[in-house]
Design a protein around this ligand. Sequence first.
Ligand SMILES: Nc1ncnc2c1ncn2[C@@H]1O[C@H](COP(=O)(O)OP(=O)(O)OP(=O)(O)O)[C@@H](O)[C@H]1O
Ligand code: SF4
Ligand SMILES: [Mg+2]
Length: 333
Amino acid sequence: MTAAIEVRGLRRVFRVRQGLFAPPRQVVAVDGVSFAVPAGSVLGVVGESGCGKSTLARLILGLLPPTEGEVLVDGRRLSEMDRRARARLIQPVFQDPFASLNPRRRVKDIVAMPLVAQGSVPAAEAARRVAEMLERVGLSQEQGERFPAQLSGGQRQRVAIARALVLRPRIVVCDEPTSALDVSVQAQILNLLAELRRDLGLTYLFISHNLAVVEHVASEVAVMYLGRIVERNESEALFRAPAHPYTRALLASVLTPEPGLGVPDVGLGDTLPDPANIPPGCRFHPRCPQAFGRCPAEAPAAWPAAGGGFAECHLLDPAAPGAAPREALRQEA
Ligand SMILES: Nc1ncnc2c1ncn2[C@@H]1O[C@H](COP(=O)(O)OP(=O)(O)OP(=O)(O)O)[C@@H](O)[C@H]1O
Ligand code: SF4
Ligand SMILES: [Mg+2]
């Protein structure tokens, strides 16, 4: 069966200058990401701030060209489609609905924008589809006449969802869709997204720093660290038996701070990950409580994990000598 969305070897490097005379540094934000998501399912993507989640989302949405790799929807290359064709297949829902909604336009006109941009939908048909979509996301026709500033945060996110779905795309990329909302409103929006997925047969890529949210919505989970997916598995298996030491550290954290603050320190040490300076071997080794001699020397392969997924860790190598204590690494280094 063809995956609804497939990502092959995606890589994105940014060149950044920190001062006028400083030489440019290379930031490897996404570093060889591949996955396929079956139609109708939800792939959750989790990881610390700066691990490349939003860059991955922008690559998949075609908002940013990849340095390497490609994205396929229903087996067709996104890079070979024009913007209008892409918009019919894949749409975003971002974290901050206020920033992504034009404050000077009425809600109904905001929702109609993707239809208008297609250039081929008659006005009466567009108005009918906007009215239907407002109703689906729980907004009244009267609210459709308002401006974004006259709505609550949750209502604004409903507008963003209606705009994303008015073209009936196959895929929705949700980047922290509830992180800016009050906790009481988050559940309503998550339930709405789940209902819409069922009713409209959507496939989601769901990015969140909040593990509880991901556990609630995702059928499969990908854990990102410094631009790579270091573990991926069925949601139930990953939360029950995490195979990668980084996933275990993430799960051990109970707090879920705002995006931009990273995950809470759960004993990973004070060496913060820097995508401009990716460690050799296993990129997690400077912070890994189980690192051993092989880790700084050799990048781990993707080994099968219980539940059908994989993890990039030498500990899963059937031929591995086993984990030596962390002190062993210090002596060898
Ligand atoms: N346009 C850009 N130019 C230069 N560097 C960038 C650009 N966009 C992202 N980066 C860098 O790429 C890395 C990954 O950023 P990204 O926004 O994808 O992370 P994230 O996982 O979404 O983080 P957060 O959880 O804070 O949203 C960061 O080091 C960031 O500074
Ligand atoms: S390969 Fe080594 S450093 Fe990397 S996660 Fe596994 S044990 Fe830790
Ligand atoms: Mg982000």
